[in-house]
Write a protein that binds this ligand. Structure first.
Ligand code: ZN
Length: 150
C-alpha cells in the first residue's frame, strides 16, 4: 500500500473529539492527502475557526498516521479554503449526528427537523451553545433539546 493510501485509511479511524464514533472523514474535515519529499501532508478544513478541538484533532491525526509502517513522516496543515459547510458531511456522518448526538443541520431554507421525533416544530432557543460551533434549539413536539450544527 502506498503511503498516501495508508494515510487515508488511518484517517478513517480518527474521531472528532467532540463526537466520539464519528470520524473526521465523515465530518468532511479531510480535504487532501499528499506526499511531499517523503512526508505525508494532511490538509484539513476546520469546522469553525477557533474551535478548541482543532489542536487535539491535529495531534490525533499525527498519532494515527505514525502507527502505519508505510508513513515515515507526516504533518497536518489547516487549510483556509474551501470553507467547511454541512454539505461536506457524509451520509453516515449525518445519520450518526442525528441518532447518537441529536444534532441536526439547518436546512437551506433555515428550518430545522427534530432528530428525535421528526417534527418540524423546532425553534431556536439560544445562540449560546456548548461550543461556538453549535447552538441549542427546542422541539415543541417531543420536548427534547436539539443541538444545531452551524
Ligand atoms: Zn422532537
Amino acid at each position: 500500500m502506498s503511503a498516501t493510501a495508508a494515510a487515508r485509511e488511518a484517517l478513517h479511524a480518527v474521531d472528532d473529539p467532540e463526537y466520539p464514533g464519528l470520524s473526521i472523514v465523515d465530518l468532511g474535515l479531510v480535504e487532501e492527502v499528499s506526499e511531499r519529499d517523503g512526508e505525508i501532508v494532511v490538509g484539513l478544513i476546520p469546522t469553525f475557526s477557533g474551535c478548541p478541538a482543532l489542536h487535539m484533532i491535529a495531534n490525533d491525526v499525527v498519532e494515527a498516521l505514525q502507527t502505519r509502517p508505510e508513513i515515515l513522516r507526516c504533518r497536518v496543515e489547516w487549510l483556509p479554503a474551501p470553507v467547511w459547510s454541512t454539505d461536506r458531511l457524509s451520509e453516515l456522518g449525518r445519520q450518526r449526528l442525528a441518532r447518537d448526538y441529536t444534532v441536526v443541520l439547518r436546512r437551506k431554507d433555515g428550518t430545522l427537523r427534530c432528530p428525535v421525533c421528526g417534527s418540524d416544530a423546532v425553534h431556536d432557543q439560544s445562540m449560546a451553545g456548548p461550543t461556538r460551533c453549535r447552538s441549542i434549539a427546542w422541539c415543541d413536539s417531543c420536548r427534547n433539546p436539539v443541538e444545531v450544527m452551524r
